[in-house]
Write a protein that binds this ligand. Structure first.
Ligand SMILES: NC(=O)c1ccc[n+]([C@@H]2O[C@H](COP(=O)([O-])OP(=O)(O)OC[C@H]3O[C@@H](n4cnc5c(N)ncnc54)[C@H](O)[C@@H]3O)[C@@H](O)[C@H]2O)c1
Length: 370
């Protein structure tokens, strides 16, 4: 088992991420050692994940003298909503959870975001532990303290920062993850390396190309978490005006086009990470056309994205429709889209769309969309 420490200076809070095969069995003991006076635990999950891993976690909590009760939300992004949040809060109050008690989130990013927000709001905030079971949630969503639900107007529009007491990552859970969810997670892993660390990019690419060893997987997930932790602790609340290569916004590499691809396909065709896979290629093309990124590095990026798994075809989509959707990017500032591009692999730079120009954008879209 490996441990990564996260230290948030501004919030005077530190916690650990435990990573390894079989760590779910230790969650009860980890919870007890961090929360010695907790009595009740609300385990928030969904049916699919709970059927696979719920008994193990419930038994571990009971072994520590805790009183766990489970609440299962419906599966899928559209249930990350205010209605589900309200139902989760009703469950916490119905079970009589008190200030010293605990919420455990067992599932992917949807469960983690919703359970995290419920624990942040209930009684003005109680402790929660993340047990992420998708690759994306393990390397990304569970680290950084962002919690949220969606509004009809857009994703993640209601949320707060609420840091977990602990993150327990059981790498064995990835064995049951559907192939496309793994591909989507690997795209985000490539993104983290490409945007912020050449070493992490190389480690990820080497793992995808050559290795299926359990220990290498554990090492890689730990390195990915350490990277994300490093970025978020340096920019705890995502300063919108920072544009340097260590700001949290670099994690949006590939997301501008990714969001547009999701929007023009009504969120039905792509998993988010798959769309980010294409988005990275578009951002890479733009970087090359602006004279920032050498062709050899762009080729390494293409290879790495290719190693993540097969992405749904994109050549049936209309370039103009995607370009139109780009103008509605929700992370735009003052009406201008901020692009995360690459100066080289592992070194991002943030540019305003006025510095790029429509011609480069269109030709880059065409290069990737065929
Ligand atoms: N808080 C953050 O910083 C942050 C960062 C990135 C993404 N997110 C959020 O994360 C969400 C996406 O998360 P996701 O990609 O994990 O999707 P998800 O939570 O919808 O999980 C994907 C699917 O995999 C299933 N599943 C989960 N674990 C499984 C396992 N071990 N075996 C078999 N099936 C399993 C789920 O039931 C679901 O059907 C989005 O809502 C996004 O906004 C949050």
């Amino acid at each position: 088992m490996r441990r990564v420490s996260v230290r948030l200076k501004a919030q005077n809070h530190a916690y650990q991420i435990a990573i390894g095969a079989g760590t779910l069995s230790t969650l009860g003991a980890e919870a007890r050692s961090r929360l010695p006076v907790a009595r009740r635990v609300a385990l928030i999950s969904n049916k699919r994940v709970f059927e696979l891993y719920g008994d193990r976690v419930m038994a571990g909590l009971r072994d520590q003298g805790l009183e766990p009760a489970s609440w299962l939300m419906r599966d899928g992004e559209r249930h990350k909503s205010l209605d589900t949040l309200e139902a989760a809060l009703d469950f916490l109050s119905g079970k009589g959870l008190e200030r010293n008690d605990l919420v455990v989130a067992l599932g992917g990013g949807v469960v983690g975001d919703l359970a995290g927000l419920a624990s942040a709001l209930y009684l003005r905030g109680i402790a929660f532990i993340q047990a992420p079971t998708t690759l994306l949630a393990q390397i990304d969503a569970s680290v950084g303290g962002k919690t949220a639900v969606n509004l009809p107007a857009g994703k993640n529009m209601v949320g707060v920062f609420h840091q977990p007491r602990m993150v327990v990552i059981d790498t064995d859970t990835l064995r049951t993850l559907p192939r496309r969810e793994l591909t989507a997670g690997w795209c985000e892993a490539v993104k983290q390396g490409a945007a912020g660390s050449r070493k992490l990019f190389d480690q990820t690419r080497t793992f995808l190309a050559d290795s299926k060893e359990a220990d290498d997987l554990e090492k890689l997930i730990a390195a990915q978490c350490a990277f994300k932790a490093d970025i978020v602790t340096g920019d705890e609340r995502e300063d919108m005006f920072r544009t340097d290569g260590r700001s949290r916004r670099i994690l949006n590499f590939g997301h501008t086009t990714g969001h547009a691809l999701e929007a023009v396909t009504q969120y039905r065709k792509f998993k988010h990470g798959e769309a980010v896979g294409y988005g990275m290629l578009v951002a890479g093309e733009m970087s090359k056309r602006l004279g920032l990124l050498p062709e050899s590095e762009l080729e390494s990026l293409r290879q790495a994205v290719g190693l993540c798994g097969r992405l749904p075809p994109i050549n049936d989509l209309d370039v103009s429709a995607v370009a139109g959707a780009l103008r509605h990017d929700k992370k735009s500032v003052g009406g201008h889209v901020k692009w995360v591009l690459l100066e080289r692999l592992g070194q991002a730079v943030i540019l305003d769309d006025r510095e790029i120009g429509a011609r480069i954008l269109r030709s880059s879209l065409r290069a990737v969309m065929g």
